[in-house]
Design a protein around this ligand. Structure first.
Ligand code: FMN
Ligand code: ADP
Length: 314
């Protein structure tokens, strides 16, 4: 998948796609539905399949101090988009200029002039342009003026069952990783670079690779069965992770700490993709490291059971 930044100066070869337009944070089942419809339209027009999204996320642009909310990192998002057949990803910088465009400006300047698209697909509740004044009928009418085909995906699920980023964030916040995985179509995962910590983990027999959560939505603090991929590999290494502030050692900062079962080596500076499965227990304060060590050994055994049950009988 080719990643292209901005809408101006696009080489001729990269014009003419059918794009799915959205933010695609999480690439959840609703998003997959939109991308599937775009794939059908691309096929019928014999055009390449593209996706376009905004960076930063408009929600972050308009509310820079709002609590962390991201469902997915860019590496995982791009790998999933590619697996869905997306051949080109247009990352559109979201600026004040973009925020102020009228619906007609957006279609003329970005979609027709800039990207030169042959078709566009969004969800039926899509809104665009300054003040979110444009709806899908505006998009259809404005695009038709440029010969751009449009299609709009029905919402996936309805009422309380509607698949939405908000619903997925709530499931993660509650530690319900099975619900999150069903709605996402893949387990929820955090990607990050391993940092050096206090180097205490190795002294209790459980070295832990430390990651920070940055702009990711915060899950329920506690212990999870996880699978881990190193530097872009498919997450397949079994592990047990704690998310929290480590009250036993009076930890001041929040961390995601991952212990890989049956693995040893150096992870500092490497990128981990940590997929979350069961929530095993909540974080708590122990009377000293010995008690914590006993509990972590039990957590590791529980994670092993959960993960081997998921992979099914050998
Ligand atoms: C599976 C697992 C469960 C953990 N559970 C807790 C916990 O309930 N309470 C706590 O204070 N710390 C918990 N920790 C964090 C430990 O306090 C931490 O890993 C240890 O102090 C090593 O810190 P370091 O990586 O900074 O060296 C847990 C760690 C792991 C790997
Ligand atoms: N099985 C393992 N799981 C996680 N990290 C491991 C493992 N084996 C070795 N390591 C290494 O040990 C480091 C963690 O050791 P630890 O004593 O907890 O130090 P720190 O406090 O710096 O995280 C990891 O970042 C990684 O480089």
């Amino acid at each position: 998948m080719k990643v292209l930044r901005g809408h101006s100066g696009l080489p001729q070869d990269d014009r003419g796609a059918v794009i799915a337009l959205g933010n695609f944070d999480g690439v959840h089942m609703g998003h997959r539905h939109v991308i599937g419809l775009a794939a059908d339209l691309a096929q019928s027009l014999d055009a390449p399949l593209g996706a376009a999204l905004f960076d930063p996320h408009p929600r972050r642009f308009f509310a820079p101090d709002a609590p962390a909310f991201r469902l997915m990192g860019t590496g995982r998002r791009n790998r999933i988009l590619e697996s869905l057949g997306v051949q080109q990803l247009h990352v559109l910088p979201f600026s004040m200029g973009m925020a102020r465009m009228t619906p007609a400006d957006f279609v003329d300047t970005v979609l027709a002039g800039g990207l030169g698209i042959a078709g566009i697909v969004t969800g039926e509740d899509f809104r665009f342009g300054a003040g979110r004044t444009g709806a899908t009928d505006d998009l259809a009418r404005l695009c038709a003026g440029h010969g751009i085909k449009t299609a709009f995906a029905e919402l996936h699920g309805n009422g309380a069952d509607k698949v939405s980023s908000t619903r997925i964030r709530k499931a993660i916040h509650d530690g319900d990783m099975q619900a999150a995985a069903t709605l996402l179509g893949t387990p929820w995962a955090v990607e990050g670079v391993v940092r050096r910590g206090d180097q205490r983990g190795r002294t209790i027999g459980f070295p832990t690779a430390n990651l920070t959560l940055g702009d990711y939505v915060r899950p329920d603090y506690g212990v999870y069965a996880v699978r881990v991929g190193i530097d872009g590999d498919t997450p397949s290494l079994a592990g047990v992770a704690n998310i929290g502030k480590r009250p036993t050692v009076d930890g001041a900062t929040e961390l995601l700490e991952v212990h890989l079962l049956d693995w040893s080596g150096d992870l500092y500076g490497r990128t981990l993709e940590v997929e979350f499965f069961d929530h095993l227990r909540s974080e708590k304060r122990f009377d000293g490291l010995d008690a914590l060590k006993v509990q972590i050994a039990e957590d590791a055994a529980a994670a092993r059971r959960v993960l081997s049950a998921l992979s099914g009988p050998a």
